[in-house]
Ligand binder design. Sequence first.
Ligand SMILES: O=P(O)(O)OC[C@H]1O[C@H](OP(=O)(O)OP(=O)(O)O)[C@H](O)[C@@H]1O
Length: 300
Amino acid sequence: MATRLVYFEGEAVPALRLAEAAGLEASLIKRHDFPDQELMLTLAPPLDGALPATLVVYRSLDRPNEKLVELLLVARHARRLGVKRLVLVAPYLAYMRQDAAFHPGEIVSQPLIGGFIDELYDALITVDPHLHRISRLEEVMPRIKALTLSGAPRLADLIRMERSNPILMGPDAESSQWIEMAAAATGFEHGVCQKVRHGDTRVEIALPDLDLCGRQVVLMDDIASSGHTLARAIEAVLAAGADSVDVAMTHALFAGDAMELIRQAGVNEVWSTDCIAHPSNAVAMAPTLGKALYEVLQGG
Ligand SMILES: O=P(O)(O)OC[C@H]1O[C@H](OP(=O)(O)OP(=O)(O)O)[C@H](O)[C@@H]1O
């Protein structure tokens, strides 16, 4: 038993897809939540006896405050039992958005959470981490091997199957990286909006100079959280005369009533990757993650 993948309830589908793609055996870690909200994790057979030399932990870090404790417990336990190499597959990597102190006294969490993972694991594979003011994860995780993948090529494949001649649109300057990737893969016309953020749920969107009249538009972004970015962009695109607007994103966080918000804004289809389990999941990341995991495991 040289390498094994472990996963948690609620993520069995993407984790088992990845295990199959990477040719690994997989085991469930059971979690019990005590009334005071402490957690107890239990390794299922055959891991209750011995652990392999390399352990791959699959955990996407939406709802991060509880999941970061899981990562700590699993990693420290594994080290105690002699696991040599710990690989974390976290398709969604949380706490990457607070990368600067925007107001006096704010604690900048990005390097701190990055450092937490850096101390516990030997390698990380993640998808479209929200790196705005830094360019590489190594800047916050200097010790471990960190592999950054993108959901954009898989979303582009889906859009090509679903729409014949859409305009791809990013809601802000940062989204141009995913729009350009998808446009290069599909040859579709594309543009990027300007966004001004005034607060957690207050954003303004200005459209690029493109004729949207009668066109099908697909908005692409890395994250939908409160849904306000997409909602404002959907409204602007429809007001400019577009026939329909679909949205495609890597990480379907959809906090609170976000889904309802974008429905009210007039969205047509909502597509996401399975980086975060959500009813909108339309694209499996297992082939992409599996290739990266194979490389990491071969790399020693
Ligand atoms: O659904 P929402 O709550 O609107 O959040 C989603 C948006 O937030 C992120 O950008 P952000 O505005 O944080 O960009 P920044 O890093 O450029 O500040 C992300 O790239 C999305 O565009």
